[in-house]
Write a protein that binds this ligand. Structure first.
Ligand SMILES: *Cc1c(COP(=O)(O)O)cnc(C)c1O
Length: 367
């Protein structure tokens, strides 16, 4: 494939092996070791507002689960959008809660405040709201924050693909105290293999850390928890990755800008509205018709691997035995069938752009 959907871009061993020296000297390889602690403190400075603190964890999914456990949602309900990856409902089930699946806003593709308000009416016992930042797009989440504030319910944000592009006005965190969780999976922008990063108000982070460590209390009794810790090896890769994030994000922004120019010529698709300072793990578009296997085949025959993402949604996708509550989700049903993502690379070159543009033109003429 000329343009594969993913070109994971992790630091070479030479760049991170040195970061393991201290772990070997101290013979300390996990349980919040020297590299994991150093990386968490650097990432806190780089990405989070004052008053917030971050911690590394095993994956975004494990991080979401640990936060839900720290919020004691077992036996209660958690509202989340239908248009999301399997990790969001799976973390909810793992924490022993029942999802209340809500619809999305057709413009932002994110949890709809209207649908969430209906969910609160129908289920007054909702104990937490999970907002998803689809594709890592960094939108203003104030309407959802305001609703959670008025209900006194904690807000957890699944920002899996959103980490990587800091600037003073886009640092994560707010006075409302929402918790954001990111993925450091090989397919995301801040890529280390498997890993996650949790950002929370400092006082809440202590509880989350306990949930990540088998739920242990100081006296060795234990509450809800699991093992969600990251080891020193992946933290070392993370220290090297942090050093090259600016470069990686700059390359991805160029690639996204290319798509914006080329794809807005076509009237049968639309691109993301107000993407914010997203690091662009891929480039999502919405066609005015269903994206079929035949559509994907046309792109693939022309050398571009285009993928449907967050498809199927939660209600169409989950086939397990857990209890799940749902509101009508017409917008999600429509979007998940029409949405597709183009590849984004961190080393995007002008020559690549010329060839990609030609292949996009050819494909669009055939669908
Ligand atoms: C990628 C993704 C995840 C999964 O993250 P892991 O680190 O692999 O657990 C979860 N939620 C969303 C919205 C994602 O895009």
């Amino acid at each position: 494939m000329l343009f594969p959907f993913l070109k994971p871009d992790l630091p070479e061993p030479d760049a991170w092996i040195g970061y393991l020296e201290e772990a070997y000297r101290q013979k300390y390889f996990s349980n919040f070791g020297p590299s994991a602690t150093r990386l968490a403190s650097r990432m806190t400075k780089t990405y989070l507002r004052d008053g917030y603190e971050g911690i590394l964890c095993a994956s975004n999914t494990a991080g979401l689960t640990a936060v839900l456990q720290a919020l004691s949602v077992a036996g209660k309900k958690v509202a989340l959008p239908d248009f999301t990856f399997a990790a969001t409902p799976q973390a909810t089930f793992s924490a022993g809660a029942e999802p209340v699946v809500c619809d999305i806003d057709p413009v932002t593709w994110e949890l709809s405040a209207e649908s969430l308000a209906e969910a609160f009416e129908a289920h007054p016992d909702i104990a937490c709201v999970i907002h998803v930042r689809p594709f890592g797009l960094l939108r203003d989440i104030e309407p959802i924050r305001a609703l959670c504030r008025s209900k006194g319910v904690p807000l957890l944000v699944d920002a899996a693909a959103g980490l990587g592009a800091p600037s003073d006005n886009t640092k994560f965190g707010s006075s409302d105290g929402e918790i954001e969780v990111f993925s450091l999976h090989a397919t995301k922008v801040f890529a280390i293999g498997e890993g996650g990063f949790i950002a929370a108000p400092a006082e809440l982070l202590r509880k989350i850390k306990a949930a990540m460590n088998f739920g242990f209390n100081a006296d060795r009794t234990y509450g809800d928890g699991q093992n969600a810790k990251i080891d020193e090896f992946r933290a070392a890769i993370g220290l090297a990755m942090l050093e090259r994030m600016d470069e990686a994000v700059a390359g991805r922004r160029e690639h996204a800008e290319f798509y914006r120019k080329v794809l807005t010529r076509y009237r049968n698709l639309s691109i993301a509205d107000s993407p914010g300072a997203t690091p662009w793990s891929n480039f999502p578009v919405v066609f005015d018709q269903e994206v079929t296997n035949q559509t994907l085949g046309v792109f693939s025959d022309n050398g571009i691997e285009v993928k449907k993402y967050y498809w199927p949604g939660v209600l169409n996708g989950y086939k397990g035995n857990r209890t799940l509550h749902a509101l009508p989700v017409p917008h999600s049903n429509s979007l998940q069938n029409r949405c597709a993502c183009f590849p984004i690379y961190s080393n995007f070159l002008p020559e690549t752009g010329d060839l990609l543009e030609e292949r996009i033109e050819k494909s669009m003429g055939m669908i």
